[in-house]
Design a binder for this molecule. Structure first.
Ligand code: B16
Ligand code: MG
Length: 216
């Protein structure tokens, strides 16, 4: 029985992956190497510092921890300048009505994101009030695929992991859901997200009744 839904942010509620991509690409270019959209797939759902490590591995460059902090900060400033321009229109189709539908059925909701910028994004798109709990990169110590982000969300909602459903667009996020013992639905490509119970393209043609039916 579903009592709560936990949502990843980037790639599920909003499409901020393209902003991450152009900000990381700009840093890579400054450092003198190319960074492709295919390379960017490896960064989805991964923390900021882990993302930088992957980027530097692609560029075959090594830096001290202090230099890496500065590089990550540079990328983040550029990324924030993009997300500051976001409006409620940047919410992915069907998301707002799906969240409202859950609340009407008494199903609780939590955000489970790796992003430290989650509060700013929620403020820009105006959806913060539709979440009963928020867990993001500021409140966790272990990144996905560690289950901490989702276990913390379930705990804040007072719901057992097996009664939660996670919505995720990244493999690391689905692994985190599985590690938390939670059912999960992938948003995106079924071939990549094969750990999920079901994969949907988004919430445009998937309502709360479809969710309840799928897990009954
Ligand atoms: P920030 P999610 C993740 O968000 C992104 O998918 C990932 O690409 C990013 O590196 C990570 O947040 C950290 O983001 O730099 O804003 O703290 O998909 O878990 O909502
Ligand atoms: Mg994501």
């Amino acid at each position: 029985m579903i009592k709560a839904c936990l949502f990843d942010l980037d790639g599920v509620i909003v499409d901020t992956a393209r902003f991450h991509y152009i900000a990381w690409k700009s840093l890579a270019n400054e450092l003198g190497f190319e960074f492709t959209e295919k390379d960017n797939e490896r960064l989805k759902g991964v923390s900021r510092m882990k993302s930088l490590d992957i980027l530097l591995e692609i560029g075959q460059l090594t830096f001290t921890e202090l230099e890496k902090e500065k590089l990550a900060d540079r990328k983040n400033k550029l990324y924030v300048s993009y997300i500051e321009q976001m409006t409620p229109n940047d919410t992915l189709p069907g998301v707002a009505s799906f969240l409202t539908g859950l609340s009407e059925k008494g199903i609780k909701t939590a955000l489970g994101s790796a992003s430290k910028n989650a509060p700013l994004i929620l403020e820009r798109i105006g959806l913060g009030h539709l979440f009963d709990a928020i867990v993001d990169g500021n409140s966790i110590s272990s990144a996905k695929p560690d289950p901490e982000v989702f276990l913390k969300g379930a705990e804040l909602l007072g719901v057992a992991p097996e009664n939660c459903v996670v919505f995720e667009d990244a493999v690391a996020g689905l692994e985190a859901a599985r590690n938390a013992g939670m059912p999960c639905i992938g948003i995106g490509d079924p071939e990549i997200l094969n750990l999920a119970d079901k994969v949907i393209p988004g919430f445009e043609n998937f309502g709360v009744n479809d969710l309840i039916k799928f897990y009954s």
